[in-house]
Ligand binder design. Sequence first.
Ligand code: CIR
Length: 248
Amino acid sequence: MRTALVRAPGPRLADGLVTHRERRPLDLALARAQHEAYTGALAEAGFGLHWVEPADDCPDAVFVEDTAVVCGDRAVLARPGAPERAGEVAGTERALRGLGLDVRTLDGECALDGGDVLQTSDTLYVGRSGRTDDDALCRLPSLLPVRRVVGVKVLGALHLKSAMTALPDGSLIGLPDLIDTSGLPGLRVAPEASGAGVVVLGEDHLLLAASAPRTAALLRADGWRVTTVDISEFEALEGSVTCLSILV
Ligand SMILES: NC(=O)NCCC[C@H](N)C(=O)O
């Protein structure tokens, strides 16, 4: 059984960072219900849920994807590009060690958010964004069992995975206006911004945000099974379906 690391939304969620959009009031009760539906969809798809301990002083802690990169039985802890998020990593480290993973850290000064690392079966795409720098990009290959690392400049999004993700066959989907696509093998254009975020639930099964109905329809027409969840309260903080879990 595969495992999904998740962390419950904390009481200060409404104070989470916003960079590329206007802040709006959040409904914490709705956020909690949406998170329950999200984790329910993961469980329904066969993932065992592993709850990372709360970090209630950190408003963005629910976006647990950003705190580590897991590749096989190896994990690399993030060095959050936003100092406000530094307190989120220790709980993830304990959870990863509890799962028996080989946990590594990045030496020296650098910045890495997990949301900037997209894995396919043969390539690690790393966003060069406002949160992840070239020093981290250079150090990652020595820490992870990967064959190929491709840096992707992120032009107008928070993280690489806000603008591009991958389907189970390794093909890429996203928003070409927000990233430098020159080093990419091809990118299927998502008709909605939130359609760039796809979580692979199984060989033919995808999870998308309910705010991306046209992307969901396109993918269904191509034969993928698509489950959708409403994550409006997390999208208000620039979160997507990927950032609410780490799939191990
Ligand atoms: N991987 C992700 O895209 N994470 C979303 C993080 C949103 C959070 N409000 C932040 O600005 O860090």
